[in-house]
Write a protein that binds this ligand. Structure first.
Ligand code: AMP
Ligand code: MG
Length: 353
């Protein structure tokens, strides 16, 4: 059995009907029956992990002379370090938690080199997206408390009141974040949240390992990194889940080489109350779940032209912006985007390079 057969098994183990890499928007299709592995001199490894509250599957074939097992372990170790020590806002002692604790303090917080890079990149995307992507919504996300309600399958979820939301928005806003001399200053009441880019950053953190992999897929929930070619030289077939029937596929893209693919959707994490659907992607302008007419947004980007962080942030931003402004942003970054509208129409925009 080749590694790609075992990917499918790992995936089946998690009970996804389509051989999904996760329960989220993008899937890796047709991983079975490749038969080209194992070849002499190559080592392979496939496995599944739960990190960042998400199922992740990594399937890699190492370059000759490299060891797939140790590359795999190293990718996982980096991912766990990233979550625990740096970017989780829910783990005490992580850098993000410390930054949040420093809110309102005159001395701010001294940033690690990595964190400064992530935050600077995020702020640039906030600016270019007109604030649709905004890492300063932590307090708002806490106010809505959707994650807990979804996890606990709360039956009588009550959304926050309008006044609570408008009050909370006063302590949000990326323009109020200041980074100076490697220190960050955030105002009192503000909490940063990197949930929209965590998986993309994880894919970036595997960069060194990726250079030692000849072929593979790193599937971190709604964000995927393809490496090299599918065994036998074919295209990787990445599918976009049908938001209206999540067991089905709405669209798929064939990718040859190294790409990032990220999906954001309102069908992934949501709760229904009073016949209304409350989902986890917020419009920073209103403080309510974004209602832009889109139900799913997938961004495809050549790895060498961007980053996991960027593709992850752009899928969130375009979801908030909606079709027309979303096109402008996609155009600005030169990415290919598949948008699925609330009426079911699939809109493809940009050039798939
Ligand atoms: P994604 O599924 O990648 O689009 O990310 C969604 C997650 O990002 C949410 O669960 C929130 O933690 C966070 N988030 C929600 N709305 C926004 C926004 N407008 N900008 C940045 N992050 C957001
Ligand atoms: Mg995202």
């Amino acid at each position: 059995m080749g590694i790609y057969d075992s990917v499918s098994n790992v995936i089946r183990h998690f009970g996804c009907r389509l051989g999904a890499a996760s329960l989220l928007g993008v899937l890796v299709l047709a991983l079975t029956g490749c038969g080209a592995f194992p070849a002499p001199g190559y080592s392979e490894k496939t496995g599944a992990e739960v990190m960042m509250d998400t199922y992740m599957t990594f399937s890699i074939k190492a370059r000759p002379g490299e060891n797939a097992d140790s590359l795999y372990d190293s990718i996982v170790d980096k991912g766990r370090f990233l979550e625990k020590d740096l970017i989780s806002g829910y783990i005490e002692g992580s850098e993000l938690s410390r930054i949040n604790e420093s809110a309102g303090k005159a001395e701010g917080y001294p940033l690690s080199g990595e964190m400064e890079e992530y935050l600077t990149d995020c702020l640039e995307i906030s600016e270019k997206s007109g604030g649709a992507f905004d890492i300063s919504l932590g307090a708002l996300i806490e106010l809505w408390n959707l994650e807990d309600a979804i996890k606990n399958e709360t039956r009588d979820y009550i959304p926050p009141a309008d006044e609570e939301i408008s009050d909370c928005l006063k302590s949000c806003g990326y323009e109020k974040i200041r980074i100076e001399d490697h220190r960050i200053f955030i105002p009192e009441g503000m909490r940063l949240e990197l949930g929209a880019v965590g998986k993309g950053i994880l894919l970036d953190s595997a960069g060194e390992e990726v250079s030692k992999i000849s072929s593979g897929i790193l599937a971190a929930g709604g964000s995927i990194r393809t490496i090299g070619y599918k065994p036998g030289g074919g295209k990787w077939n990445i599918a976009v889940r049908d938001p209206f029937d999540t067991g089905e596929i709405a669209e798929s893209v064939g990718l040859l080489g190294d790409y990032f693919v990220s999906t954001s959707g309102d069908y992934e994490r949501f709760i229904k109350a009073d016949d209304k659907k409350y989902h986890h992607i917020f419009d920073p302008k209103t403080g309510y779940p974004a209602d832009s007419g889109l139900t799913s947004v997938t961004v495809v980007m050549k790895a060498e032209e961007g980053s996991g962080l960027l593709s992850d942030a752009l899928s969130t931003a375009i979801f908030v912006l909606g079709e027309n402004e979303g096109r402008v942003l996609a155009n600005e970054y030169g990415v290919y985007v598949i948008m699925i509208r609330d009426d079911g129409k699939i809109v493809r925009y940009g050039e798939l390079r």
